[in-house]
Each structure stands twice: as structure tokens, then as C-alpha cells.
Design a protein. Structure first.
Ligand code: 2P0
Length: 354
């Protein structure tokens, strides 16, 4: 009997224009569009194997070898149900000789090859890999954009990991979510010199989760309304232009401004949410000073920090500056407990690739 199995992997992405807030929590429709860079390096990926078999009694999922419950109506169940529906509609109804895989249960095993200590969110690469592996198992004739609609319902930021390079997630306006999907702004090959340095300040998992934190922000922050209506639309246009023109100075200015505003709306939440710590703020000061000297020398900004829902810094820079910035960071933040973990060096100089 044929073995119905497929393996796919998906990379982590780091946003330059941040997603923070949902207008529909079930469909995961955001209150603003966002834009990210996909960090596609071999050791920053989730890899997922899916198998369908008539002998399986129910859908099951293992994450890094540990079984996780698939809750009825939950995010994983929704993604699996959507992919089974596509299998039925796009393959089985059109080609009656194809096996009825949509009627079989699936077993799914997913691994992250980056350590939890890296402090990177795994939901984006995890759901993107899950959706890709089932799409491959079911031989779905659909685009990454269509798959992004499904990955979005697993975790919002996951929709952006279906593409490499520079990726926008357009918020859309349709209440069904049909137009809230990922779009490639430019492939990695357009600007291959961009690198990301990941500075692991802390691998502490405590704190406010993105999912609950962003909803508290939606409910209580006035600043978020200003951000959604008057800041993000212009910023997205400007950063897309900067990417297309390979204008690093503008890219850096916008990326840092948006990280700052995301943390400002977190602070404007009731009760306030703090993601940055003293080391995070000291890294900001270092990059600000680095850029001040660079601008004074007529070279423009050459580094951009950005922070997600935690204290770890991601620094975007061009290849030619990587060595200098790594040396600078290591000089001012020697690795010790409470500062950078060993993992920093491991990830220093991460390539961004398609
Ligand atoms: C982002 N973050 O754009 C922003 C910046 C965190 C800060 O996307 O509830 O884990 O699963 O849709 O995708 C984190 O949010 O939240 C996130 P859910 P998700 O990358």
C-alpha cells in the first residue's frame, strides 16, 4: 500500500513593520498590515513531516518529539480542516481516481532546529511548515499566497514565512479574510547583502504572550488607533520603496521607528506591557551612536535594531558592516550571565535568503 507522507520546512521571519492587534481573533485578521524579512538560514527553520493513513484514528501532532493536544476548533485543527477541504475540492472532486486522503486522519511531527534559547518565536516557522507539508502531502495545486491564508489562521505572523526575502502581509478588508494574505515585495536575490544579527539578551520565556498582549492593546490603547490610521499605511509604502531602491538608510530609519512605536503601544496598554530590558535599551543606544557617527561621516545609517515581544535584539545591516558591528556589540556586551548567551555568536551573521 502506498505511503502518503511529505516533509517541508519553513524559515523564521522578523518584522520591520510590526503586526500588533487583531480585528477578528478567530480568523486572525490584523488591525494593520505588516512587513518582514525572512531569515532563511539552514539552522533557523521548522521542519514538519505529515502522514495520512486509513489506519490512523485521529489527527495527532508532535512538537520536538512531545505530543501536543489538537483542540477542537483550535488553530491547528482549523489549519488541518482547511487543507483537507482544499484536498477535497481541488484534487479529489476533480480527479476521482486520486486517493481520498481528505478522509484519512493525519499524524504530524514538527522540529525546530534552532534552540529555544535563541529566543525566537517558533509559531511563525512552525505553522508555515505545517501548512506546507500538508499541502505537499495533498498535492495541492495552490500558490504560496493561498497557503498564507491558511497559515495566517494558525498564527498571524506565520503567513509571512511562506515567502523568502521581503514579504508584506496585507491586512485586507473583507470580513471573510480572503484578502488578508502574504505578498512578496522582493525576493532575497533583489538585495542579498542584507544580514541579520540576532543578539540573545535573555531566553526567559516569562512575560506577556503576543496573542493576549496584542488584544489588551486593542482594547485599551489610544495610541494604537493613531498608529493604525495615521502611521503604518505611510510607513509601509515608504519601506517598500526603500527596499525596491535598496536604500538602507531609509530602511533602517523606518525599521527602528516602527520597533519604537510597537513598544510604545505596548507601554500604552493597560496594564502596561514591557518587553525591553536594560540590555535591550543599551543596544539601542549603541546602534543610535553607531549611526550618528556614520551619518556625520556622510555614510547614512548603517544598522537598524528591531525588537519583537521580548528583549532580544535583531540588528539588520549590510554584509560589509557585519564584522564591525559584531565586534562592537561583543566589546560593549561581553557574554556573561544576564547579558548575551553563547547563542549570540552562533547566530551572528545570519544570512537572509530566499
Ligand atoms: C510581528 N509579532 O509582526 C509581531 C511583532 C510580535 C511583535 O507577530 O496571535 O505570534 O499567533 O497571531 O503571530 C507575534 O504575534 O500572534 C508577532 P498570533 P503572533 O512579527
Amino acid at each position: 500500500m502506498a505511503l502518503h507522507q511529505a516533509t517541508a520546512s519553513a524559515p523564521v521571519n522578523i518584522a520591520c513593520i510590526k503586526y500588533w492587534g487583531k480585528r477578528d481573533t478567530k480568523l486572525i485578521l490584523p488591525t494593520n498590515s505588516s512587513l518582514s524579512v525572512t531569515l532563511d538560514q539552514d539552522h533557523l527553520r521548522s521542519t514538519t513531516t505529515s502522514r495520512a493513513d486509513p489506519s490512523f484514528e485521529r489527527d495527532r501532532l508532535w512538537l520536538n518529539g512531545v505530543e501536543e493536544e489538537i483542540k477542537d476548533g483550535g488553530r491547528t485543527a482549523t489549519c488541518i480542516a482547511e487543507l483537507k477541504r482544499l484536498r477535497r475540492e481541488e484534487v479529489e472532486d476533480k480527479q476521482p481516481n486520486e486517493p481520498k486522503l481528505s478522509t484519512y486522519a493525519v499524524h504530524i511531527a514538527s522540529y525546530n532546529n534552532f534552540p529555544t534559547a535563541a529566543g525566537l518565536a517558533s509559531s511563525a516557522s512552525g505553522f508555515a511548515a505545517l501548512v506546507s507539508s500538508l499541502a505537499q502531502l495533498y498535492s495541492l495545486p495552490v500558490s504560496p499566497s493561498t497557503l498564507s491564508l491558511i497559515a495566517r489562521q494558525g498564527s498571524g505572523s506565520a503567513c509571512r514565512s511562506l515567502y523568502g526575502g521581503f514579504v508584506a502581509w496585507d491586512q485586507g478588508s473583507n470580513p471573510t479574510g480572503i484578502d488578508s494574505l502574504a505578498r512578496e515585495v522582493a525576493p532575497q536575490s533583489h538585495w542579498p547583502d542584507i544580514h541579520a544579527l540576532i543578539c540573545v539578551v535573555s531566553d526567559d520565556k516569562k512575560g506577556t504572550s503576543s496573542t493576549s498582549g496584542m488584544q489588551r492593546t486593542v482594547e485599551t490603547s489610544e495610541l494604537l488607533q493613531h498608529r493604525i490610521n495615521h502611521v503604518v499605511p505611510q510607513r509601509l509604502k515608504a519601506i517598500e520603496e526603500a527596499i525596491l531602491k535598496k536604500d538602507f538608510d531609509s530602511f533602517a530609519q523606518i525599521t527602528m521607528a516602527d520597533s519604537n512605536q510597537f513598544h510604545a503601544v505596548a507601554l500604552d496598554t493597560e496594564p502596561p506591557i514591557f518587553y525591553l530590558n536594560d540590555v535591550s535599551r543599551a543596544i539601542i543606544a549603541l546602534i543610535v551612536e553607531y549611526n550618528r557617527v556614520s551619518v556625520a561621516a556622510g555614510r547614512g545609517r548603517r544598522a537598524a535594531y528591531t525588537y519583537d515581544a521580548g528583549p532580544n535584539a535583531v540588528i539588520y545591516t549590510l554584509k560589509e558592516n557585519v564584522k564591525e558591528i559584531v565586534e562592537l556589540v561583543v566589546k560593549y556586551f561581553p557574554q556573561r550571565e544576564g547579558s548575551f548567551k553563547d547563542v549570540f555568536e552562533l547566530f551572528a551573521g545570519v544570512d537572509v535568503a530566499a
